[in-house]
Design a protein around this ligand. Structure first.
Ligand SMILES: *Cc1c(COP(=O)(O)O)cnc(C)c1O
Length: 391
């Protein structure tokens, strides 16, 4: 689109993150910056640090960094591990692969359990690998909860059970970037040691913040870490946070936004937030099935609340469909990442999203399918509306 043209109406940002930011959050951010070392700041710090705990279901600290999710991954690995440490990483899809590459670059020794990008984590394989590790050389298990590149949500409770069944002391590190505030997540109950998340998905904020929720066990491991780093240190973050401050300049206006987003989540009620995501995801799958197209996720137990990845039939290009829909109907859909490039498109149904927005989204997809020459059956949108009307 040239700079001089204008597409009227609302742009539909239906990628699975960054997600749509509510007007109330945008307005909350449009306020004067205050002194992050001044007397007013602790009120904001404590509001966001206390307010975020229920979202992770934790009583422990949640550290907030001015960074993307990738920074949150690096932060977790640097704090509680040392170069040369052996870790398990499970290939659920593109994000798991990227996280593994971060671990490689930080000098960790990664045992890579490969997957087919259509299923979540098979916890039995983690249990087996841990049982074989009789000397307890494996220091951590890296698991992606919702694999946003495939629309598959793994069972983290099963991963916990596998670690316990093997009676292994490895830390459990979980990427919950696109599941926090979309899908139930129990940091304390599942005894996750570090949960990594970010602002631009279910938290309904612009990109720019990443979170580490940290267990006591991980805090203790951090004291022994030999990794060289400074910016990411949990200990410095914790001691400043306790007084209501940050070790360096935080993203003040994103914190205003976070405070407002937490208020919105509380007003809706987290249970209702999860139920809404579940309902809209189920309606999307009704549409996909009625179109006669295939959901990339093969196991109904692992269906994803945040995004649905749709396979296009052989010989067709999912990115050509996406481009057509963007140009003609002003809607962005998620692209296929990594080895799914061109094979799938992803419908984001994450964050600040409702029934009528989904109706518009599915309308755009259905019109795009009609124009693209991709074989499909009409009526996906009706199937979704019918499902939603009965809820
Ligand atoms: C979005 C996302 C990330 C974060 O990536 P950044 O681009 O660094 O913010 C990480 N993991 C998953 C599963 C994601 O969906």
């Amino acid at each position: 689109m040239s700079k001089t043209s204008y597409q009227p109406g609302t742009h539909f940002l239906q990628i699975p993150g960054p997600s749509n930011v509510p007007e109330r959050v945008l307005r909350a951010m449009a306020q004067a910056v205050i002194d992050h070392r001044g007397p007013e700041f602790p009120e904001l710090t404590h509001a966001v640090l206390d307010g975020i705990k229920p979202v992770f279901n934790t009583e422990g600290p949640v550290f907030i960094y001015p960074t993307s999710g990738t920074g949150g991954w690096e932060c977790a690995l640097l704090n509680c591990l040392s170069p040369g440490d052996r870790v398990i990483a499970y290939e659920t899809g593109h994000f798991a692969t990227l996280w593994k590459e971060v671990a490689d670059k930080l000098g960790l020794d990664v045992l890579w359990l490969t997957g087919d990008w259509r299923h979540g984590i098979d916890a039995a394989r983690i249990e087996e690998a841990l049982r074989e590790d009789t000397k307890h050389e494996i220091k951590a298990v890296m698991a992606v909860h919702t694999e946003t590149s495939t629309g598959v949500t793994s069972r983290i409770d099963k991963v916990r059970q596998a670690i316990d069944a093997a009676n292994h002391p490895a830390l459990l590190l979980v990427d919950a970037v696109s599941s926090i505030a979309c899908t139930e997540f129990f940091h304390d109950e599942w005894r996750v040691d570090v949960t990594i998340s970010a602002s631009q998905k279910g938290m309904m904020l612009p990109p720019g913040l990443s979170f580490n929720a940290v267990s006591d066990k991980a805090m203790q491991q951090a004291e022994k870490s030999r990794s060289c780093h400074s910016y990411w240190r949990w200990d410095a973050m914790q001691s400043f946070n306790e007084k209501g401050y940050f070790p360096y300049t935080p993203s003040t206006n994103l914190l205003y936004g976070l405070r407002e987003a937490l208020t919105l989540l509380e007003l809706e009620g987290l249970e209702n937030v999860f139920a809404r995501h579940r309902r809209l995801a189920a309606a999307t799958r009704e549409a996909v099935a009625a179109w006669g197209l295939e959901n990339l996720c093969l196991d109904a137990e692992e269906f994803c609340n945040s995004t649905t990845a749709v396979l296009v039939p052989e010989g067709h290009d999912a990115d050509a469909l996406r481009t057509l829909i963007l140009e003609k109907f002003n809607m962005s859909l998620g692209t296929g990442l990594g080895k799914m490039k061109g094979k799938i498109f992803r419908i984001g149904h994450i964050g600040d999203f409702n029934e009528l927005m989904l109706a518009g989204t599915l309308g755009g997809v259905e019109m795009g399918l009609q124009l693209s020459g991709i074989p499909y059956k009409a009526g996906g949108i009706n199937a979704a509306l019918d499902y939603l009307a009965k809820q």
